[in-house]
Design a protein around this ligand. Structure first.
Ligand code: ATP
Ligand code: MG
Length: 363
């Protein structure tokens, strides 16, 4: 998978235009507020159709009503054009001019690593569940469908609980148990591999403590129907569905303790990076092709080991875009970011062994 070029119009502070990206690493450096994160966010959106902003209007340049991003994507020898239009709370997606839904875009096309990823470790359980749900939805469209229908069912069931509609509950329960069971079983299967990949990555990052990923389930596929029935009166009292995969947590155990409560900041940062590398590997295995790797602000990483890990990871994939407030070493292209514009720079001439002093070179 390769992003040949990215075009944007009215996207946050980015100046309208098209940027080309070669294979290998593109380094983007510039001062705070230059638009580096916005560039990666736009690339991720154009590649995957995904964004995690709460209001799509945030992505539209202030004073404008609509924004547009386009990725020209090279995949397996063919070029396709992915377009995302944003406006008034809606996103329109097109592939080669044909309207599609988010799930129809190539699902393994990009992985985005950013400083905020520490929140996967230290934030609330919902963050880890969101990581797992988002990743597994990309691995399996069927799982994505189950999750979406399950979430709608929980909402409708909660409304019935609040309204005290005892008579309608058995209908919702049947659907909930069927979808919830599918979700739990798929999560368990996928987690086996994700756990291995994250453990390997955590060790590769030099951590001496073992990382283990486990699901803390509020129920099991075998007992879901019973568990629901047992908590019926509590559910009516609270007006909410209290058991099921929407309440599960992805527990990250580092050494002997849960990382969310016991890990140091640096250990947590390492675990977050391990989760992202595991994501990259899982998507590569699933789709047989490496995603485009987007790394935001490698300079925020002060630990030399983790910095080297990030740069090595970028060099290990066919294409990566790496941002920072300082120049990124070892790039195929360097862009200087300034006020939402990105200007290609001449590479600093590497030491040329042919023209170097023969005595020195031979020494
Ligand atoms: N909808 C919007 N319209 C106009 N400008 C916006 C919009 N959203 C964000 N911005 C501006 O975009 C600017 C660049 O933000 P961005 O996060 O990309 O900077 P950055 O280069 O990553 O900086 P840092 O090095 O601090 O991470 C910010 O100054 C912000 O005010
Ligand atoms: Mg930034």
């Amino acid at each position: 998978m390769q992003l040949a070029s990215l075009s944007t119009l009215n996207y946050r502070n980015l100046a309208p235009g098209t940027l080309s990206f070669p294979a290998g690493v593109t380094g983007v450096f510039g001062e705070n507020g230059a638009g580096k994160t916005n560039l990666l966010e736009a690339a991720y959106l154009a590649l995957t159709g995904l964004t995690d902003v709460t209001r799509l209007e945030q992505l539209v340049q202030s004073g404008e009503r609509e924004a547009y991003v386009r990725a020209d994507v090279q995949q397996g020898g063919s070029l396709s054009i992915q377009e995302v239009g944003l406006g008034r709370g809606r996103r329109h997606l097109k592939v080669d001019g044909v309207r599609v839904r988010t799930g129809d875009l190539p699902r393994g096309s990009a992985v985005w690593i950013r400083p905020e990823d520490s929140e996967l470790v230290f934030g609330p359980p919902a963050n880890r569940r969101a990581y797992l749900d988002a990743l597994l939805s990309r691995v399996s469209a069927r799982h994505a469908g189950h999750l979406a229908r399950y979430e709608r069912t929980v909402t409708q069931r909660n409304a019935a609980l609040k309204a005290g509609e005892d008579w309608s509950l058995h209908v919702w329960d049947d659907v909930l148990v069927k979808l919830g069971t599918e979700i739990m079983l798929f999560r368990r299967r996928a987690l086996t591999r994700l756990d291995e990949l994250a453990r390997e990555a955590n060790a590769a990052l030099g951590s001496r403590k073992t990382l283990i990923l486990t699901l803390s389930e509020s129920t099991t596929p075998e007992t879901y129907a019973e568990d629901l029935a047992a908590r019926r009166s509590e559910e009516f009292a609270r007006g909410a569905t209290v058991t099921g995969p929407h309440r599960d947590d992805l527990t990250l155990t580092l050494g002997e303790f849960p990382a969310s409560e016991y890990a140091s900041r640096g250990e947590g940062r390492t675990v977050a990076l391990a989760l992202r590398r595991a994501e990259l590997e899982l998507l590569s295995e699933r789709f047989g092709e490496k995603p485009v790797l987007l790394i935001d602000d490698f300079t925020a990483e002060l630990d030399p080991g983790r910095r080297a890990f990030l740069l090595d990871l970028a060099a290990s994939v066919p294409q990566a875009i790496v941002t920072g407030t300082e120049r990124v070493p070892g790039t195929a292209q360097t862009l200087r970011a300034h006020g939402g514009r990105f200007t290609p720079e001449e590479e600093a001439a590497p030491a040329d062994p042919v023209t170097a002093d023969p005595v020195e070179a031979g020494a």
